[in-house]
Ligand binder design. Structure first.
Ligand code: FAD
Length: 390
């Protein structure tokens, strides 16, 4: 369904039309069934990859389309706006940024063209650990160099798409915390060949969860990684991960914006059609106003998303805008979800309306990939200069 309201076509209309046409081949029933079966939307992701959309940010010299973050964000927005969920595949779009920025020429030539062609999926990034949570510098997973290999031991949690990825970027400590001058030093990132690792050194335990999202606990016991799989310099991995966060946050913001429009479209249509007390429910201001309010807040959040994209594409610092866009968009999509569910009445709870599914999906973005409190902390400390709290 295309949107019935607002905004004249923007300059990304060609991208929108093309992504919408592809998404239209995967209607609500497809995503609903995948959700009910907790099945990976393989055909959907394969079609997006084959059409080149997942390679938007890979430079042309490596076989991608070399688009900016703005265009990439439109792709993500449209996927979510179509009723799908970019969470199944967004890692493929942005995880490669770490390789692009910090990988050697040889690594880029090895991985990027294959990722662009969809032969290899680099959908996973292993950072979070059960005993550490958001306090990433305390991670306990260690990688110890032994000749031409690193030996990895430890544990990760909530690592997404491992079963539908060929490669994972792994953050591990290469120098113990007690031996580094700054806690952000001494961590490194590696490319992990997942199928190889599953054969020896890594155990995957899926985590059943609230949404149709493949995510896992990982256990490492003497996992061997060839030394050439280290990305960039040893000890600098935490900084490399941080470098990728602005793009990730901005793309997630665009996904939330897509969700928000989906909720507003659905409830606007429903409120016009559903007759109770002899009139459409949408004729009651008690119903109209919350929908209008959610729409206004969504539009406002979208402005911050465009600003974050523009700064990023102009290679200007955009940490504040990327974080604020993610915060505002996740909040706006959640409020739109609530309104959409509320004014569908009982039907909001019926799976066949898809509202409850999207409601669950958009709720995640208050928690992952970064929780709301951590955005407040970023803005308080880095934008407002308030004293550091952790
Ligand atoms: C479905 C899903 C997929 C995920 N995929 C991945 C993935 O692919 N790779 C990966 O590495 N991680 C992944 N994660 C992990 C995700 O990034 C974390 O769950 C998230 O960052 C929050 O960390 P935590 O769960 O450890 O919460 P905790 O750090 O334990 O925090 C719990 C709560 O307390 C709050 N809190 C903590 N400290 C403070 C403080 N000082 N001040 C104020 N509030 C505080 C937090 O904001 C949060 O709300 C995923 C998580 C989910 C749920």
């Amino acid at each position: 369904m295309t949107t019935s309201h607002h905004a004249p076509p923007d300059k990304y209309q060609d991208i929108r039309d093309a992504v919408r046409a592809l998404c239209a081949e995967f209607p609500d029933a497809y995503h609903r069934q995948a959700d009910a079966q907790r099945a990976y939307p393989e055909a959907f992701v394969a079609a997006l990859t084959k059409a080149g959309w997942m390679a938007a940010l890979i430079p042309q010299e490596y076989g991608g389309s070399g688009l900016g973050l703005t265009e990439a964000s439109v792709i993500m927005e449209e996927i979510n706006r179509s009723g799908g969920n970019s969470g199944a595949c967004h890692g493929q779009m942005y995880n490669m940024g770490t390789l692009l920025r910090h990988g050697s020429r040889a690594q880029k030539e090895l991985y990027l063209p294959r990722i662009a062609r969809g032969e290899w999926r680099l959908q996973s990034m292993g950072v979070t650990e059960p005993g550490t949570g958001t306090d990433t510098t305390k991670i306990k997973t260690s990688a110890v160099k032994k000749g031409d290999r690193y030996l990895v031991n430890g544990q990760k949690v909530w690592i997404s798409r491992v079963q539908h990825s060929d490669w994972m970027i792994l953050l591990a400590r290469t120098t113990p915390l007690a031996e580094v001058a700054r806690k952000s030093e001494g961590m490194s990132i590696f490319m992990v060949d997942l199928r190889q690792a599953e054969k020896s050194g890594m155990t995957v335990r899926p985590i059943p969860n609230m949404v149709n999202h493949e995510t896992n606990e990982l256990f490492f016991e003497n996992l061997e990684i060839p030394a050439e799989n280290l990305i960039g310099q040893e000890g600098q991995g935490f900084r490399y991960i941080l470098d990728g966060l602005n793009a990730e946050r901005t793309l997630i913001a665009a996904e939330c914006i897509g969700d928000g429009y989906w909720f507003i479209d659905r409830i606007t249509r429903y409120a016009k059609e559903r007759n109770v007390f002899g009139r459409p429910i949408g004729q009651n201001q008690g119903v109209q106003f919350p929908i209008a309010q959610a729409y206004i807040e969504l539009e406002a959040a979208n402005l911050m998303r465009w600003q974050a994209c523009a700064l990023f594409d102009a290679q200007q610092s955009c940490g504040a805008q990327a974080n604020m866009a993610k915060y505002l968009a996740a909040k706006a999509s959640w409020e739109a979800a609530n309104v959409c569910l509320q004014y569908h009445g009982g039907f909001g709870f019926a799976c066949e309306y898809d509202v409850e599914r999207k409601f669950r999906e958009t709720r995640l973005y208050q928690v992952a990939p970064i929780s709301t409190n951590l955005i407040y902390a970023y803005v308080a400390e880095h934008v407002l200069g308030l004293p550091r709290s952790f």
